[in-house]
Design a protein around this ligand. Structure first.
Ligand code: SAH
Length: 254
């Protein structure tokens, strides 16, 4: 695999059309990665596959690249989305980065009854996702949506898409973690028949889901409650574990 730096750009990538880098990408390429005129880089834009390009001209503030070769056709990651309730900033950032690396096609922050944070910075999420996608060789960026209420998202659900509800609790409100009753079935087995179905994985906030939310989620036709084992995971660990299992059972790790 090439060790040339990879850059995501909004520009169209087509033979004969030079690419002028903005200040930030120039800084990354020239000052951080220490590349200079004549060096090659790889470019992608989420539409035109991947291109090898050469630095034709560079200063500290601007660079002009010439496209040399179309090296990969555009391809999409499998259709798995991550729905999660934003938590503390550093951990939310980690979720965005890891979900991008693990090939989530979309990342959708949702507010639930116990969500701690009602404000998110989608632009920051997009920058984190861009950097993770550049590093991870994918050819697209995950779509990142604005914060929306989980109830509203469910109201408008496309029923062809399965909602994988990561449910750590049982049904007994009087006992720690909701007790044993109604515990979800282990995730891996639950994924076996979902190979060709678009999927969204739902992870709750630190305080978990309320009893009313769990009742609603469990009552929906398109939901599948799953367990990630007997230990309660932090939300960011749960997101990583669930995406890993889904990619292994249904996605492109098979
Ligand atoms: N209910 C707990 C902890 C929530 S953990 C509390 O009240 O503090 C955050 C989220 O991670 C959960 O809502 C769930 O979506 C997911 N999660 C964590 N451990 C899990 C497990 N063992 N099985 C399924 N989901 C889990």
């Amino acid at each position: 695999m090439s060790t040339d730096p990879r850059l995501f750009l909004p520009h169209a990538l087509q033979s004969g059309t030079p690419v002028i880098l903005d200040r930030e990408d120039t800084h990354y390429l020239i000052n951080v990665m220490r590349r200079t005129q004549g060096d090659t880089v790889r470019l992608f834009n989420g539409r035109d596959g991947e291109w090898r390009a050469q630095i034709a001209e560079a200063s500290k503030r601007a660079a002009r690249l010439e496209l040399v070769e179309h090296t990969r056709e555009q391809a999409q990651v499998p259709d798995v989305e991550l729905l999660f309730a934003p938590i503390k900033r550093a951990k939310t950032d980690l979720i965005i980065e890891k979900a991008t690396e693990l090939g989530a096609r979309a990342i959708r922050p949702v507010t639930t009854q116990r969500t701690q944070s009602d404000r998110i910075n989608v632009e920051r999420f997009r920058i984190i996702a861009k950097e993770a996608a550049e590093q991870t060789e994918r050819l697209d960026l995950p779509e990142i949506s604005d914060l929306a209420k989980l109830d509203r998202v469910i109201d408008g659900w496309d029923e062809d898409r399965i909602l994988i509800f990561c449910d750590e609790a049982g049904d007994d409100g009087a006992r720690p973690w909701g007790g044993e009753r109604g515990r979800a079935v282990a995730a891996l087995g639950q994924f076996a028949d979902l190979t060709n179905r678009p999927a969204s994985i739902l992870i709750g906030p630190e305080g978990g889901f309320s009893a009313a939310e769990r009742d609603r989620l469990r009552g929906l036709e398109f939901t599948r409650p799953v367990s990630l084992g007997p230990r309660i995971l932090r939300a960011e660990t749960a997101a990583i574990a669930a995406l890993t299992l889904w990619q292994s059972a249904c996605g492109d790790w098979r």
